[in-house]
Design a protein around this ligand. Structure first.
Ligand SMILES: Cc1cc2nc3c(=O)[nH]c(=O)nc-3n(C[C@H](O)[C@H](O)[C@H](O)COP(=O)(O)OP(=O)(O)OC[C@H]3O[C@@H](n4cnc5c(N)ncnc54)[C@H](O)[C@@H]3O)c2cc1C
Length: 454
């Protein structure tokens, strides 16, 4: 990757002083910084610039920030959607130089230094692209129609509806083979999200559903975790992968390795070898890629559509435009990117705020160095695996650390309290209080082959 040298430096400094083209939005005489996305990265940039002499506009398609790591708990009826979301305006309350706009950004015009949104154009002196990621179907885009993803609150609620809807349909089904089918849940992808989701579904089946459906034989219910490779939790030490696998098996999750999904329809999935598996719900958590907005930025991308940025986190040809978090690939696109994790986005955001201030002060930008403090994954009640600060932890201790970190990390005191109360309730009562089916269309996933009566 090319060095962030003097040429980059001077153009970055120019960016700060360029006030060409009257801005449509009324801003003061100070440089304007536009941030796209109020996720982990975008909010951290805004905070880093809060004491600075710049006007910051943060744009997001939602008026709330989502705490994505707990989405799977919404999907499995453990938490309410509102408990893991926080209004962006509340988060930014009391930060005088930052304002929020509820806009979806559709195009970035690098030459005119403008972003085109669903409500018009916003001009910038500096732009920070932090729009996260979207589900990747690895070219099998038709799967989006028949599987449930898990990337935002809508997905989580839809997934919950689909799982609970499948059991409702099973309870009314006379035909034993269709009943078995409806009670089969498939999770595709053995990464952290797939493991957490499969574990939570297994607990739902064991601890909650038998009380809801006393007349159903829940031993028919299956949870299958399909993984294309020969291991779950890639990136974790082998010993921890083994512990996670053992715990999932203990919970009754069937793990199938070397099982790449080639197709799916309303009746289940087809593996690449031709085997079909019938199911009541198929959950696709096999991969992520850059969000649609990345396609609308005319610059180099990697194979997952992420914007390739210099080590100082700006686009090589536009030093006034930064990309961070899930949508950025730092350095050579042929090398392995940083993992799509919140700490990566947060650390990059802190550096971007600093580099914008350095640019304004005429200083050279700094390079990004990721400080990896580790990862952790919870598998179920009292069990997690954690590889943190070089330590390999599993079981109850890892689970307690996981709980504490996620609680502290969650934004907002009210949300922390609500989540804590819900967790305590679920733990003590073995219950999941949020078993609501909100969308009628989710009530039956499996096609019955007959035309529906009008
Ligand atoms: C199910 C799941 C579980 C995860 N669990 C963990 C975990 O336990 N630990 C961990 O470290 N990481 C976890 N991650 C990864 C982590 O959530 C991401 O790496 C992190 O959110 C990336 O931060 P970001 O700022 O790049 O994007 P995000 O936090 O995703 O924020 C992107 C923001 O951009 C907005 N946006 C997108 N497109 C537009 C547009 N066109 N216009 C306007 N706004 C737009 C979105 O609404 C969103 O608010 C998980 C991810 C998933 C999907």
């Amino acid at each position: 990757m090319r060095d962030a040298g003097a040429d980059e430096q001077s153009s970055a400094s120019e960016a700060g002083s360029s006030r060409e083209g009257a801005m449509e939005e009324p801003v003061g005489a100070r440089p304007s910084v536009v941030i796209v996305g109020a996720g982990f990265g975008g909010l951290r940039v805004a905070r880093g610039l809060s004491p600075a002499p710049v006007d910051v506009t943060i744009l997001d398609r939602h008026n709330y920030h989502t705490f994505v790591p707990l989405l799977y708990q919404v999907a499995t009826a453990g938490l309410e959607p509102e408990e893991i979301a926080q209004p962006i305006r509340r988060i930014l309350r009391g930060v005088p130089n930052v304002r929020f706009r509820l806009n979806t950004v559709m195009v970035v015009d690098l030459d005119r230094r403008a972003v085109i949104t669903d409500a018009g154009e916003v001009r910038y002196d500096y732009l920070v692209l932090a729009a996260g990621s979207t589900t990747s179907y690895f070219g099998l885009d038709s799967l989006a129609q028949v599987t449930s993803a898990l990337r935002d609150l809508d997905d989580a609620e839809r997934l919950r509806d689909q799982v609970l809807g499948a059991f409702e349909a099973a309870s009314a089904e006379e035909d034993p083979s269709r009943r078995r089918q409806l009670m089969t849940l498939i999770v595709v992808g053995g990464g952290p999200t797939g493991v957490e989701l499969a574990g939570a579904l297994a607990e739902l089946r064991r601890q909650v559903l038998p009380h809801d459906y006393p007349d159903m034989d829940l031993s028919w219910a299956r949870i299958l975790l399909l993984e294309a490779t020969d291991r779950i939790l890639p990136g974790m030490p082998k010993a921890l992968q083994g512990k996670a696998q053992a715990k999932l098996s203990e919970l009754g999750v069937e793990i199938r390795f070397g099982a790449p999904v080639a197709n799916a329809d309303a009746d289940g999935v087809t593996l690449r070898g031709g085997e079909t598996i019938s199911a009541g719900a198929v959950m696709w958590v096999a991969g992520m890629r850059a969000p649609p907005l990345a396609d609308a930025v005319p610059t180099a991308k990697d194979s997952a559509g992420r914007l390739v940025v210099a080590e100082t986190l700006h686009l090589p040809s536009h030093p006034e435009v930064y990309a961070i978090g899930d949508m950025a690939h730092v350095g050579d696109p042929e090398t392995r990117p940083h993992p799509m994790l919140a700490p990566v986005a947060i650390q990059q955001a802190a550096l971007v705020a600093e580099n914008i201030l350095r640019s304004l002060a005429g200083k050279r930008p700094k390079r990004f160095v990721y400080r990896d403090r580790g990862t952790m994954v919870t598998i179920g009640r009292n069990t997690a695996v954690a590889h943190i600060f070089g330590l390999r932890l599993s079981g109850f201790i890892a689970w307690l650390i996981w709980l504490t970190v996620h609680l502290v990390w969650l934004i907002g005191f009210r949300n922390r309290m609500l989540v804590l109360v819900n967790w305590a309730w679920n733990y003590l009562t073995y219950d999941r209080g949020v078993r609501l089916i909100r969308r009628a269309s989710s009530r039956q996933h499996v096609s019955n082959g007959d035309e529906e009566a009008p």
